[in-house]
Design a protein around this ligand. Sequence first.
Ligand code: ZN
Ligand code: ZN
Ligand code: FE
Length: 762
Amino acid sequence: MMDSKDGNFIAKGLEISGIVQGVGFRPFVYRLAGRFNLKGEIANTSSGVSAHIEGTQSDVDAFLTDLKEKGPPLARITDIMVKAEPFRDLEEFVIAKSRSRKYGSTLISPDVSICDDCLRELLSPRNRRYRYPFINCTNCGPRYTIIDNIPYDRPNTSMKHFQMCESCQAEYDDPANRRFHAQPNACFDCGPRISLHDSVWKEMDTPDPISQTAALLRQGYILAIKSLGGFHLAVDAENSKAVVRLRKRKHREEKPLAIMSYDLKKIQEYAHMDQEEEKILTSPQRPIVILKKREPNSISGEVSPRNNYFGVMLPYTPLHYLILGHGFTALVMTSGNISEEPIAVDNDDAFKRLSSIADYFLIHDRDIYLRSDDSIIKRTAGVIQPIRRSRGYVPAPILLKDRIPRILACGAELKNTICLTKGNKAFLSQHLGDLENLSTFEFFQRTIDHMKRILGIEPEIIACDLHPDYLSTRYALEQDDVKKIQVQHHHAHIAGCMAENGLDGDVIGLSFDGAGYGPDGTVWGGEILVAEEGKVLHRATISQVPMPGSGAAIREPWRMAVSYLYDTFGDEIWNLNIPFMKELDKEKARVVIEMMRKGINSPLTSSLGRLFDGVAAIAGIRNHVYFEGQAAMDLEMMAAENIEEFYDYEWSSEGLYRVMVQIVIAGVVKDMKKGVKPQIISAKFHTTIIKMFSHLCEIIRTESGLNRVALSGGSFQNSILLWGFIKDLEGKGFEVYSHRLVPTNDGGICLGQAVVAAYSAS
Ligand code: ZN
Ligand code: ZN
Ligand code: FE
């Protein structure tokens, strides 16, 4: 017992907010208090955790330091308030009952990969959960995908169907246990189970479904496997026949397929990685990381054709470890859907939708309430870029520099995500997909309702794109009793980049992508803006050309090639002595030129993405694509290194700088006539874009005095462009900002929409 008369003893009250519930925070504090001989109590409150501690000054100080620095892996403290409290001379430290049932502003943890402790138990024959596919604890396991409502308690999760056995309950009730209040706690006796089914849903009679699954994969079968945020379709990545069959059945022609390996050593066999990439691969988020291929390698050439990279991840559920433990170099683990539909999550739904693809189904009976795709990260020259921010990251908030109103931002169309804001936090949803079909649109609506419920946010403002035909715009404009703000696409890109970098005031923004609706109704995508959150000025653009056939011009880059060539050479186009013209279907080309002349279904565009497509086609690389941006990606992949040359460029200026694209196209054609290799042409073209736009940045700096440049838009997924611009602009003394927290593509644009709406409204 402490002596209250001894002046060395002090008492403090703590209010801690952030992700501090359901992540083992109270047991951590309990143990920490024990270590420093502190007495007092801790409880969950509506806004986080509140504690009272008593002890010597030095013990309290040491406790506070460790509290901030040594928290459990999933906890994320956003704020600690410490105040002096009366000394009560308490005799022990206790975990008190929760003070309120309204958990309004606590944060919900993302789903987390299996932790090291659970993995050790999973693989140790003497543990009672040896090889149990759903082992978890307060440091790991499902969260976001199994929560239906708040507070985060078992009855509000899909674990409500499982009654804990005595042993599990004892762990759950013991503050010193790693599974104290671990909501998904379970074991063989009381928890979820797996079962293996054939393609007509008949359960297979096998004592060991996992070994059977591994054997089937070995034989080249396609398995649908229920994971954490949805179904995967799996095949042995070294078996080309199996990979080809999967591609055919899934209608996925050439887009790279993600693969999963047991550990870093296995990945080392077929891909290069550095320490940073290893760190991302092994992080609790366990995203897919884009890694440079090691040549030669044993992975089927069909996994990532015509691409220098593999998308690789480590196992993140106990089930993955048990399957991969059967000696595979890698398994293809691609999302369980047909082409662009949302991934399947329910067993019945999966059987219905995937039975034409999968030969067998490895399923379980723990429901997934909210699907969440695997996240994708790419590291380019020191910049960590999320390509897709989803499982493992959602719904952890992006912190904003100011408090803003409650806003729902609906995103754009492709790679859609939505954003809800509250105070200084922006919550982005998981990847929802391309809003082009009814099933994705339903998923979009369901996710909005779900997130509003679990985050307790009722928006005052709805933000959306300017494009009148996007389903996300239509949804936004149909909502009643709420203020609506439409945000220009490229302004939103730049504002998003500013928001995640905490920037204030005007910046020069390079906003480069495939397509975004301009205020004049044309298709923008190669723009320099001078922007702050609430205001924007258009400063430079690429001279516009028609997109003959609109959507068809995206799927068929040869149409863009004809458009640029006709724009540059007029009727001389027929006399151009280059392979592209020789191989061109003249009849089709004439129809396309007629369309452009008459302005039929040929919207004008200044898109950099389309320019890449056009140049790829002119250079003979690709006339048709299987997914948006494929031609541009091919052009990037083949670029020769260490080429200093670039094409001539020029612009006109009448207030707005207009890059004359004809001069660049003429340069490319001249090289083609000379028989210059496409590798060289690609490199020169990349350098031209970098030189030209960074030159324009210098001019705009002189005019405006602005020295900060924000890079945003899907084109910055191109590593040569991203790295090239950073190097060139920093070399000229600019401060350069790019995306690190949300995708630079339209998957991050909802953040910018929210921020623009917040500042336009005030
Ligand atoms: Zn664990
Ligand atoms: Zn149990
Ligand atoms: Fe965009």
